[in-house]
Design a binder for this molecule. Structure first.
Ligand code: ZN
Length: 671
């Protein structure tokens, strides 16, 4: 018997063999199709109860199996799993397409939607109905046949172009290598960076060092290399990715993509692609994103200019540099930062033993939200190093299962993320609690030392745990609205806000203790961490805003008149420019976030989320970072509510007002 097709509560990892996935997923796709057939063939008038709700509950088992599968593919993969992923991904997208294009199903959904004003629905029910209807409408369900054909054509073309865009960037990234032979050429670079470059040279059967445009090679070189000419060489090579006169040039692709996106938006009844994208975001319209960005720009620009001038003076003093160039920024900033703060990660690490940090984040969750975490050993897991916890409230009510997978190993993707194995929902009056997981790649323990985290790893743990709280405290009826199922520009609030506790004395005293002596981290270190965190925040902000504004320019207007990518980009950058422009470089032709990935008209979200988290944390600062009342409001209106109401409404109910940028500007030292 296939264990995936049996009943299970927590994921039955030890019983599953890799070959079980394909047949189980196939079976469940067919079963879900039948569930949908039942809804469609219902002869009664469509209602919320006989259409919207059952449609939301379809494919429950399919969802659980695919979540196990894709989580394994990220955290504990192998060739076989990767091969299966390639096979089943088309099945799943075909199935999803079949649902979206199911005309009879859409007609029922639409009838319920059109009659929504004559029935009384709770806010959550309204959101569910809206979300369901829009999932069809935004994919063209309301178009006539001719328009539908047109839309499919655009979609096919767009996915080809994005793919090509990405392939070109990758080809250009891989085509460049900087091969150095003299020891002098690697001056300034840390030992580990030199070793990696040496290793790469060896792999290429060469002597010396090789640097590439890949981030792990590029970033350290730009930050530490003493050789200005070589920094320039690498920076210029990076800046002309997919902007050279060769087969990998992305200029026409960029223009085609923005024009097709605009056409698509028009076809669906939206003014621009940005209007289409932002409709279901917290920001709602491009106009709001622009006024938000411009307000921040007004404050950040003078600070950025001041920082830039300071940096230029510093470079002049140090190396007699007259005009600071793009390839100088990271290098002199690093030197200045070191001079100013002299903050050595190695001094901090003993205060952040992994076990202490976990205990600390749990204590904070107890103080704020009355949660209790108990490590348990009877829950099936996919790797012996995964930890499992039973989460309860103070009355011992079961809240969630929490998995934590901390260290890197072969078969695990880089980075850190939160995910889930079972969503929260209320079904047949039973509140089914979620199974939530965080996966990280933290410093491993050695034979002589426990796992000691860098400060960056500490904030990462808090960040992912913040997402996990959003998942664990979910309290909604419909699982498609539960936990982190919220709009993109709202989903980072619970994660980013928790990072703030890492900088507070009252919180650090709970867990930041030297692993040998038990001494609490000296507050002068904390002050330095805090100060250095906002180092060059003006320039950072300006840079983020410049990308967000460029994105909004590309997608927030009719692009039919644009002929030159470079000219258009220069105009978009006019307000945010600090460094001299290089004619042979272009950002847009390698801006993968918006032309390859799914971030188009969404780049602003990074800053948007920062404004939210700073403003929300300000409330805690006013009343006390462990204030029960504020915590209860945050839990009630944000953490437990998921996407059951519009994020702006939820936020205002928590905060009593809209978010203002002041707290962020203050935290960043800009006002
Ligand atoms: Zn996040």
């Amino acid at each position: 018997m296939n264990p995936l097709l049996q009943y299970f509560n927590t994921a039955p990892f030890s019983k599953i063999s890799t070959k079980d996935f394909k047949p189980a997923i196939k079976t469940e796709i067919e079963k879900t199709k039948k569930e949908i057939d039942v809804i469609v063939s219902n002869t009664e008038t469509p209602t919320f109860e006989n259409t919207t709700v059952p449609l939301d509950f379809t494919g429950e088992k399919l969802g659980r199996i695919t979540s196990i599968f894709f989580n394994l593919n990220s955290a504990e993969t192998n060739d076989e799993i990767q091969k299966i992923a390639k096979d089943i991904s088309p099945w799943l997208s075909e199935f999803k397409n079949d649902v979206i294009l199911n005309e009879a199903l859409f007609q029922r959904v639409k009838m319920v939607y059109d009659s929504k004003d004559s029935v009384s629905l709770t806010p959550e029910q309204s959101m569910l109905l809206e979300k369901q209807y829009k999932s069809f409408a935004r994919n063209g369900a309301n178009l006539n046949d001719l328009e539908k054909t047109e839309l499919r054509k655009i979609d096919t073309e767009l996915s080809k172009l994005s793919l090509q865009f990405g392939e070109n960037v990758l080809a250009e990234t891989n085509a460049f290598q900087m091969h150095l032979r003299n020891k002098d050429d690697v001056a300034g670079l840390p030992e580990s960076v030199q070793e990696a470059a040496q290793q790469l040279a060896k792999e290429n059967k060469k002597e010396g060092w090789i640097f590439t445009l890949g981030y792990p090679s590029y970033i350290p070189f730009m930050t530490y290399s003493d050789n200005r000419e070589l920094r320039k060489k690498l920076a210029v090579a990076a800046g002309k990715k997919a902007f050279q006169k060769n087969e990998f040039n992305n200029e026409l692709i960029v223009l085609d993509i923005v024009k097709l996106r605009h056409q698509r938006a028009n076809l669906l009844g939206y003014k621009t692609h940005a209007h289409f994208v932002l409709e279901d975001r917290m920001a709602e319209t491009p106009e709001k994103v622009l006024s938000f960005s411009n307000e921040l720009l007004l404050k950040a620009k003078p600070a950025a200019q001041k920082e830039f001038n300071e940096l230029e003076t510093y470079a002049k003093k140090l190396d007699n540099i007259d005009q600071l160039q793009k390839w100088d920024g990271a290098y002199y900033a690093e030197k200045l930062k070191k001079e100013r703060f002299n903050l050595d990660q190695e001094i901090l690490k003993p205060y952040f033993k992994l076990e202490n940090v976990i205990a600390g984040v749990f204590t904070i969750a107890t103080k704020l939200y009355d949660l209790q975490f108990k490590e348990v050993f009877d829950i099936d897991k996919y790797h012996e190093n995964v930890k499992t916890y039973n989460v309860t409230d103070t009355n011992n009510n079961f809240i969630a299962v929490f998995y934590a997978d901390f260290h890197p190993r072969k078969g695990k993707q880089n980075g850190a993320w939160m995910t889930s194995y079972k969503p929260q929902q209320i079904k047949n009056e039973i509140n089914e609690r979620p199974h939530v997981s965080i996966v990280c790649n933290f410093t491993k323990p050695t034979e002589t030392k426990p796992s000691l985290l860098t400060f960056n790893e500490v904030t990462t743990l808090f960040h992912e745990f913040g997402h996990a709280l959003h998942g664990m405290l979910a309290n909604t009826t419909y699982n498609s609205l539960a936990g982190t199922s919220v709009s993109w520009d709202f989903v980072e609030l619970p994660s980013q806000i928790l990072e703030n506790w890492c900088y507070e004395k009252e919180a650090l005293e709970l867990f930041a203790k030297h692993y040998e002596t038990g001494e609490v981290i000296p507050m002068e270190y904390v002050a330095k961490i805090k100060e250095s965190a906002s180092f060059h925040e003006g320039m950072q902000t300006l840079r983020q805003l410049s990308f967000g504004l460029l994105d909004m320019q590309w997608h927030g207007q009719n692009p039919s008149e644009i002929t030159s990518v470079k000219e258009f980009e220069n105009e978009a950058f006019a307000e945010t420019k600090l460094y001299p422009d290089g004619a042979e470089n272009c950002m847009s032709t390698a801006f993968s976030h918006i032309f390859q990935g799914g971030y188009s008209a969404g780049y602003y979200s990074y800053k948007w989320a920062e404004v939210l988290d700073a403003d929300a944390f300000e409330y805690f600062l006013e009343k006390g970072i462990f204030n029960k009342e504020v915590a209860a409001k945050f839990k009630e209106n944000v953490l437990s509510k998921g996407g059951t109401e519009k994020p702006m409404e939820l936020y205002k109910r928590f905060r009593g007002q809209k978010a203002k940028p002041d707290a962020l500007l203050k935290r960043a030292g800009l006002i």
